[in-house]
Write a protein that binds this ligand. Sequence first.
Ligand code: GLN
Length: 300
Amino acid sequence: MGICIKKALQEAASFLRRRGIAAPRREAEVMLAFLLGQGAAYLYAHGEKELSGELRGKYAVLLQRRGENVPLAYLTGEKEFMGLPFRVQAGVLIPRPETEHLVETALQWCRETFPQVARGQQLHILDLGTGCGNIAVSLAYFLPAASVLGVDCSAKALAVARLNAQKMGVAPRVHFFCGAFGTFFAYKRQRFHVVVANPPYVPRPELPVLPPEVQKEPSLALDGGEDGLAAYRQIFSCIQKFLFPGGLLALEVGANQAGAVLSLGRAAGLTGKTEIVPDLAGHERVVTFRAGQGRRAGHF
Ligand code: GLN
């Protein structure tokens, strides 16, 4: 017997609800719309339309996998970030909405500090731990004068990041370095106006108690060492050599880490102006530092 869109959605939502998915109806819609190659509005406009047997089979497979806590973005292969449709796949961290604060912070600073970018000045930006490229590609997309270098030790992540740079039309201005932060620091000698990072910051003892879907994401992108701060220490140990005097270092931080990250940065010699930016939930989410002006004061 055939089954229409409306009925299929009802059944799917109740299946996902039984599996403990937090937004079962919305996710049921996203998956069906994805399979139909349509927007969600289509489902409402064509509720009585019958689904083919083949499509029902595909829908059942997606629902089953979602019920096993595979993240929705891995099933549809896409996640929106800064209003842009990023490709994602298993093995790559899924962009989080709170990371948009990091991008916004860097964007705002660039626009205030470089009002002259329209006149053709090149802005050099480094993104440490670039993953699927959501931060690097968004910055390049919204700052036409920016040239961005993304660093990641996962070749798999960088393959996806390259696709995203192409998809968003910024590939000529976004480049990648495949290697650990330490390798990059040892190999490269280049200064940047802005360095951004959303490094792995989950304290290792908390990894096993992360939500089941987050556990399907690469631990490489989450594991911040025993206290969650290992990647920050690594960044602070070298970063001043990579920033132009007066340049900006903007770091995403996890729950209750802002104070500790601020102290680590100051102890490492980043004694200029700092700022803590809260996210929409009021959590301290981004910490910024200004590189010392040193002898080359007035660079910008
Ligand atoms: N924000 C991620 C989470 O919710 C953690 C990402 C990271 O470690 N940078 O788990």
